[in-house]
Structure formats: structure tokens, C-alpha cells
Design a protein around this ligand. Structure first.
Ligand code: IVH
Length: 689
């Protein structure tokens, strides 16, 4: 008898197609809907059958198979999610003094008398990555990473695979509830994962935090499902009804809803008790199965939290008190001089790789010439390196006793290593700077990288490596060239690893940014000392780019009204002001800005607070001792109502709010005819009397 006829290739291909469909459906049921319909064993046999068939079929048949992608077909990229309530970061405290300052600052802001209590909750800071989970009517509907704090990535499918995150809340909860917390991995799970990765000759993770981040940011949720991720809840985003009146109450409510919350926690009354708690948990660290990088302190009363509000990206009512730095000894193999975006020559230490508290360190900053001289660090030296939390590793000192006899001090270069132009050190400054400006390739490339970065133009698809290549190939030399990339579209499609889709995605990402808010634009220019917060202040104050430019040109004269106006903006001191003014008076920079303006539509800055108030758009100065509000609270409240708060009186000032013992500002206001209000007048004006 002849054997039964073998299935034809065609019918095998059809069976494979059917299997793929079934597997994809079960992947979604299991990982995204938490509602499997078949047993794991049955699922495995579907996959095995598919793999068998694919071994027989010609390879092009398996290209889009789940057996290649392991699980549901991956999305091309994560969708973006706008956070309805921004996800903030925290300021840091490193010493007892910082902690005492934090408590004093809060007491002062809230105008608390010595007799009034201030409760502060302390809990561990988990070293993972933050995530926001949105529940509607008790069901988990969306999960997002932090991203830039305003917009994160949709990782819902991945989060559905994390077993200690409730998919349905226990008990009753507000209709809308966003729970924020940390995704992390225990040290034991991390070790096991790395062992498995090593066995499979796969990527080894440097520490549990990186492993957790890498596992969460998988386009394929079935990979995440196999990674041992865990979650602690510690804060709320949007809620349709209050959950509690205190931070401690939030912890208790979260626990009741089915979340793990960071342990141990304590509610204390003063800085000394915070320090004691910090020390105690630090001592317990080896016994805690996951990494902590400090203690987070939070004002317990939510009403106080609301009054305290935020400073740029961090709440006033909370701070992260970091654990002391970890140290290790290694060898300094070389000192490389890097050229920054603004031309600063920064020495970077290349180290023999060493494990410093769980992170392999092979680079450290040496800051500047003086730092190298002061520490007398030489190439070849044995050195002590340290790292604390997420800060860049540093060299603490060298060990001269281990030095060879022929070692010589490091000679700091006097020319730029990237463009060979002279590098100068300006008197009174620590930095040595390349004089090449945008003609220096290193500065130009760093500027471009900054320009497209997340908080600036945020152009996806233009990573550091591509920017460097485009620069070297003279496709992009100045920021405006990015907006002329369409002319190279056909050529780009022929680059290795590129195709129609990647080019059209890149073009779409660029086109989407032709219209840009003024604050982002200013930040993207990469002006020395102008970060996101300062860029926002400039945008708010000057409103349009032409006005900013004319004023900065007028401000060349340090005695001009324009310069005085600039330094009257809160937090812009003379040094920052000089950097801003010199940027806008540099012909090379202005040519690059003109070039950009021809490509872009720059939108006036729109502040988050949209409601009109009697002081919206007015410039206010506070002086003297206010009785009802702390000075900082008064300023914060005015800004929240749309007013600009300035540090000194000028002809642009609308109101001077004068408390007790107001001094020279009163005189200035009288001279300029600026309206002076008492604290009560001010409160009546803003409707808070
Ligand atoms: S509270 C508005 N509590 O630390 C304040 N954050 O450095 C929200 N983190 O972005 C944060 N453990 O990712 C808070 N117990 C804890 C935390 C914690 C870890 C992270 C969080 C935050 C970052 C700030």
C-alpha cells in the first residue's frame, strides 16, 4: 500500500493561515482582555502545529507568522496618550539640610505658625518606571508610561499581563480613577531573567530598573507576559470623586482596591523624624527584595497639597530624599574631551567597567579643567567612582599611592578636538569653550540632536545616529534643513534599513511639527542656560518671536529698559539674561533662526490655565511681608490666575502688591505711577477676600 497522500503546499498554507488567525485571537483574549477561552496546553499545541507546518512551507510563508513574532502581531509603535493630569517628577534632597529646608519652605509657604502641625508621609522610592493606570467603572481601560509627563505611550496590552495589577477594582471606586505607581522587578527575578537571557544569548540587562523598562516597552505583549513585572501604587491622576483627604488615606484606599503600596510608610511631624525614618529604611535595604533609591516625603493633607501646587515639573509638596551614593574602585583608562551643544569642552572619564551598586559604570564626568586639577586625576590612575540614583557617575578621588612613577598630570586641550579652532576660558568661568559656534561640527550636531529631542520639536525617527549621519552626509546641517528633507525623500528610501514606510512616517512626523508653540521653539534653540521652564517664561512674557528678538536686540545695552525688563522676569538673573541676549545678537544664530522661520508657523504660547481672571495678562510685583499668604503662595496663585509675576518694578508693572515694611519698590512705583495695592485690595481683586 502506498502512504497516504501528503497535504499539498497550498492546503498546508491554508491551515497555517487559519492557525495564525486562531493564535492571534487567543493572544488577544489572554493578554489584552484577560479572558482566555482555551487551556495553556491547547494553546501550546496550536503553536506547535503551526511551527511544524512552517518548517515544511517555503520561508516567505512564515514572515508574518506569530511563530516569528511570538504572539499577537506587534503594533508598529506605541500610540500616544495625553495625560489628563500631568505626571510629574520630584525634586531631590541629599542631606539633612535639604530635608530641613523642604519642611521650612512648606511651613513658610502655608504661613503655618510654630504651634500648627504639619504632617508628612514618608514611603520608599521604588527604583522602577512610573505608569498611569486608568480605570473606568472599576475596569482597567488604559495604561500609559510617563513619557515627557504630558504625553506618554499606550502600554495597555502589556500592563494587562502584569499579574499584581487589578484588572477589576475590588469594592467601590469612583467612576473614573487613575492610579499612578511604579513598575519594577525584584532582584531575584532580575537575576533569573538575566540567566535565561544569557542562556539564549540574548540581551543582558544592567539592573532591575532597565530590565523592567525593557520588558514594559515591548511592542509584543507576549514578551512582556513572560517577564516578572510587579507594581506599587502611590499616587492618583484624574479622579471623578475624591478618594481620601490625606496621602495616607490614598494609600489605604489603594490597598483596599487591590493594589500593593510601598512599605514601610510612616506619618511624621518634622524633619528629624523624616531623617530617622530614612536612616532606618536605608539600614533595611539589603533585606528588601527590590531596589529602592531613596524615600519620598509627601505633605499628608491633600488640601495643603492643593495649595502648595507645583513649580514647573515637580510638586512643592513632595521631595525624593535619595540614599547615599554607592562607591567602587576602578582604573581611569582615558580622558576624552566632548564638545557640548553650547561649545563647552567636557572631560569624560573612560573607566575600566565596574559594578557600582548594581549598575555597570564605564564612563564618568570630570566636569572641567579645574576639577581635574583639583583632584589631580591622571590617565592610568586608580580612582574611586560613585553614583547616586539617576545622576551621572562621578570620580570622587584618585589613589595617588597606586600611581606609577612616570605618570604626568593631564594637559587640558587649548583647541577644540572637533574643529581645531581655539578653545577659550572666559574669566570667572570654569568652562573652556570652543569658539567655532555652528561652524564646529560637534556643536552643530549636538544642537540638532537637542532640536529634535522630546521636549523640543519631538520628531520621532530622527535619533542621534541618524542626525550624525545626515550631518556627515550634508543632508542636514542646520535645523531648517530638517524641514527641507522632503527633497531627499527618494534618496532616503534607498538607505539601508529604510523603505517607503519609514520615509513617509518620518516626513509625516516632520510636517506635523511645522506648526510649533513658541515655548517649545525657544527651548529647541538650545540657548545656553535656557531650559524648559525659562523658555516658557520667555514665551509668556514676550508672546511672539519678533517681539522677543527686538527686545533682546535692545537689551544689548545693560542699562536699557529692555534688559531691566528681562531680568525682572522671575528666575532670570543677569547671567542667564546675558546668555539670552548674546544668543539673539549673534549673526550666525540669527541667520539660522531666520532660515527656520521661513519653514515654520510659530504659535504664541498658550498657558494651561485658560480661565480669564481680572489679573490675566497683568504684571504684578509683590513686596514687603504679606500677612495672609506666604510670598511664594501669593506668586503661585497670581500665576495660576494668568498674571505674570516680576521681581522688580518697571513701567510694565500693572500692580505692586505691598505688605508690611515695603521698601524701595514703593518709591519706584510712585515715580513710575504704578498702582499700589494692599494685600486686602489684592485679595479682593482676585476674588479671594
Ligand atoms: S510620588 C507628584 N512616590 O520617582 C508626585 N514617586 O523621581 C508623584 N517614584 O516620577 C510621585 N517611588 O516614578 C512617588 N513612592 C513613590 C515613588 C515615586 C518611585 C518615582 C516616580 C516619580 C519619580 C520621581
Amino acid at each position: 500500500m502506498s502512504p497516504p497522500p501528503k497535504k499539498s503546499v497550498k492546503s498546508l498554507a491554508m491551515e497555517a493561515a487559519l492557525l495564525r488567525e486562531q493564535i492571534a485571537r487567543h493572544d488577544i483574549l489572554y493578554h489584552q482582555q484577560d479572558a482566555p477561552e482555551i487551556s495553556d496546553a491547547d494553546y501550546d499545541s496550536l503553536r506547535r502545529r503551526l511551527e511544524e507546518i512552517e518548517k515544511i512551507l517555503p520561508p516567505e510563508n512564515s514572515l508574518f507568522s506569530p511563530s516569528q513574532t511570538v504572539g499577537a502581531k506587534p503594533a508598529a509603535a506605541f500610540a500616544k496618550v495625553r495625560h489628563r493630569v500631568p505626571m510629574l517628577s520630584l525634586g531631590n534632597a541629599f542631606s539633612g539640610e535639604d530635608v530641613a529646608d523642604f519642611v521650612d519652605r512648606i511651613r513658610k509657604f502655608l504661613n503655618l505658625s510654630a504651634a500648627e502641625n504639619l504632617e508628612i508621609l514618608a514611603e520608599p522610592k521604588i527604583d522602577g518606571l512610573s505608569c498611569s493606570l486608568r480605570y473606568e467603572n472599576g475596569k482597567l481601560v488604559q495604561a500609559a508610561t510617563r513619557g515627557d509627563g504630558e504625553e506618554g505611550e499606550d502600554v495597555t496590552a502589556n500592563i494587562m499581563t502584569v499579574s499584581d495589577i487589578p484588572k477589576t477594582l475590588q469594592g467601590s471606586a469612583p467612576d473614573i480613577l487613575e492610579v499612578r505607581g511604579e513598575i519594577y522587578m525584584t532582584r531575584a527575578d532580575f537575576d533569573a531573567l538575566n540567566a535565561a537571557q544569557a542562556a539564549a544569548e540574548d540581551k543582558i540587562f544592567a539592573n532591575p530598573r532597565n530590565a523592567a523598562a525593557g520588558s514594559l516597552r515591548q511592542l509584543d505583549p507576549t514578551i512582556t507576559a513572560r517577564r516578572p513585572l510587579k507594581f506599587f501604587g502611590y499616587a492618583l491622576g484624574e479622579t471623578s470623586a475624591p478618594l481620601a483627604e490625606t496621602q495616607d488615606g490614598i494609600r489605604r484606599a489603594l490597598a483596599q482596591l487591590g493594589f500593593n503600596v510601598p512599605q514601610p510608610a510612616a506619618t511624621v511631624q518634622d524633619a528629624a523624624e523624616l531623617m530617622a525614618f530614612h536612616e532606618n529604611v536605608y539600614g533595611q535595604r539589603p533585606d528588601i527584595p527590590y531596589d529602592l533609591d531613596g524615600i519620598v516625603y509627601k505633605v499628608n493633607d491633600l488640601d495643603f497639597q492643593r495649595r502648595l501646587g507645583f513649580i514647573s515639573r515637580a510638586p512643592r509638596w513632595s521631595i525624593a530624599h535619595k540614599f547615599p551614593a554607592e562607591q567602587a574602585e576602578t582604573v581611569l583608562e582615558n580622558i576624552e574631551i566632548q564638545v557640548s551643544r553650547t561649545g563647552t569642552l567636557t572631560p569624560v572619564a573612560h573607566l575600566k567597567p565596574v559594578n557600582v551598586g548594581g549598575v555597570i559604570v564605564s564612563r564618568a564626568t570630570l566636569h572641567n579643567q579645574d576639577e581635574i586639577a583639583r583632584k589631580d586625576v591622571r590617565i592610568g590612575d586608580h580612582v574611586i567612582v560613585q553614583r547616586a540614583g539617576d545622576v551621572i557617575p562621578q570620580i570622587v578621588r584618585s589613589l595617588p599611592e597606586k600611581r606609577s612613577a612616570n605618570s604626568t598630570p593631564f594637559a587640558f586641550p587649548q583647541t577644540c578636538p572637533a574643529c581645531q579652532r581655539p578653545a577659550l576660558r572666559i574669566e570667572d568661568e570654569a568652562a573652556t569653550r570652543c569658539t567655532g559656534g555652528l561652524l564646529c561640527p560637534a556643536q552643530a550636531v549636538e544642537r540638532l540632536k537637542h532640536f529634535v529631542s522630546r521636549l523640543a520639536f519631538d520628531i520621532e525617527g530622527l535619533g542621534d545616529k541618524i542626525i550624525r549621519e545626515f550631518y556627515d552626509e550634508e543632508i542636514v546641517r542646520l535645523p531648517a534643513d530638517i524641514f527641507r528633507l522632503a527633497a531627499h525623500a527618494e534618496a532616503l528610501k534607498t538607505r539601508e534599513g529604510w523603505g517607503d514606510l519609514s520615509v513617509s512616517n518620518l516626513m509625516a512626523a516632520i510636517e506635523a511639527r511645522r506648526s510649533i508653540a513658541l515655548d517649545r521653539f525657544i527651548y529647541a534653540l538650545g540657548i545656553r542656560q535656557v531650559g524648559q521652564a525659562t523658555a516658557k517664561k520667555l514665551a509668556l512674557h514676550y508672546e511672539t518671536l519678533p517681539r522677543l528678538r527686538t527686545d533682546m536686540q535692545a537689551a544689548m545695552d545693560g542699562d536699557s529698559a529692555a534688559f531691566l525688563n528681562l531680568i525682572a522676569i522671575d528666575d532670570i538673573g543677569p547671567a542667564v539674561a546675558r546668555d539670552i541676549v548674546s544668543f539673539f545678537n549673534d549673526p550666525q544664530q540669527m541667520a539660522a533662526v531666520d532660515d527656520l522661520c521661513a519653514e515654520l508657523d510659530i504659535q504664541p504660547y498658550v498657558r494651561l490655565q485658560t480661565s480669564e481672571s481680572p489679573v490675566t495678562g497683568k504684571t504684578v510685583v509683590f513686596t514687603g511681608k504679606l500677612a495672609r499668604l506666604g510670598r511664594e503662595e501669593a506668586k503661585a496663585q497670581a500665576e495660576a490666575l494668568g498674571a505674570k509675576v516680576a521681581g522688580s518694578v518697571s513701567k510694565n508693572t500693572d500692580y505692586l502688591v505691598a505688605g508690611e515694611d515695603a521698601g524701595s519698590k514703593m518709591k519706584k512705583a510712585a515715580e513710575l505711577g504704578v498702582m499700589v495695592l494692599s494685600e486686602d485690595d489684592w485679595l479682593a481683586l482676585i476674588g479671594a477676600a
